[in-house]
Design a protein around this ligand. Structure first.
Ligand SMILES: CC(C)(COP(=O)(O)OP(=O)(O)OC[C@H]1O[C@@H](n2cnc3c(N)ncnc32)[C@H](O)[C@@H]1OP(=O)(O)O)[C@@H](O)C(=O)NCCC(=O)NCCS
Length: 212
């Protein structure tokens, strides 16, 4: 299998919403990706499966196991036209740039595509995009119990810089703040290049430039 990363397009909104609902359905208010697409502060990337396209709503429904009604409601709420053939999105990630700082706000890979290096591919792309946009500090919040995501962030040199007690409204779990102060520093870039190389060797087909 091979994947590539590109910037989010309007036609991606319905697939992204489905992936988001699968993971973050307890987080309210839910993200409106149609609005995010138009938000000048927001920057999103998606990972696409090179070998797969999807054909319309039913395919999305079958793939996710969600009800057709839910998909229709998502499409209706987001005012997205039912899609024709499109690239199959395996994961997505996005940030806002606020006062020059990058805040990663959404990041998820489809369950059946996890542990195949796609999360890392997306994460590398976000870091490169932030650098391109001249935003040197990257920060995010993660559930204290989310060891998969925390491991990934630690692997990329993010350190715990704060704790928001009871941050998540549904169950009052703590949010851990993780940050890298300067992605242009020599040490960070050296580490990043090492990880890119290792990722490329392990997964073979990764492409690191972001297609537009
Ligand atoms: C976090 C997430 C995006 C990782 O995506 P992924 O494609 O499975 O990740 P990768 O295969 O690229 O793994 C990269 C690294 O993440 C960490 N990791 C990923 N899954 C892990 C797991 N189940 N257990 C422990 N570490 C894990 C490891 O450090 C791994 O590096 P390694 O292969 O050298 O061990 C994915 O688990 C996900 O979508 N989770 C639900 C949504 C979420 O929690 N988002 C983050 C919100 S802050």
């Amino acid at each position: 299998m091979s994947y590539y990363v590109r910037l989010m397009r309007q036609e991606d909104v319905s697939q992204i919403a489905v992936i988001d609902r699968d993971d973050f359905s307890t987080i309210l208010p839910q993200t409106n990706y149609q609005r995010e697409f138009k938000n000048p502060l927001a920057h999103y990337v998606v990972a696409c499966d090179n070998e797969k396209v999807i054909n319309g709503v039913e395919m999305t429904w079958k793939e996710t196991g969600q009800s057709a009604g839910l998909i229709s409601r998502l499409i209706f709420r987001n005012k997205v036209a039912p899609p024709s053939d499109r690239q199959y999105i395996t994961g997505f990630a996005g940030f806002w740039i606020i006062a020059g700082e990058t805040h990663i706000i959404n990041f998820a890979v489809r369950r059946s595509y996890r542990r195949k290096g796609i999360g890392e591919l997306l994460f590398i792309s976000l870091i490169d995009l932030a650098k391109e946009l001249k935003s040197l500090l990257i920060t995010l919040e993660v559930r204290a119990s989310n060891s998969a995501a925390r491991n990934l962030y630690r692997k990329y040199g993010f350190n715990k810089t704060g704790l928001r007690r009871g941050y998540y409204s549904n169950d009052k779990e703590d949010g851990v703040i993780m940050t890298v102060e300067n992605i242009e520093s020599v040490s960070f870039q050296k580490h990043l290049n090492y990880l890119k190389q290792a990722h490329s060797q392990k997964w073979g087909t990764a492409i690191y430039h972001i297609s537009r």
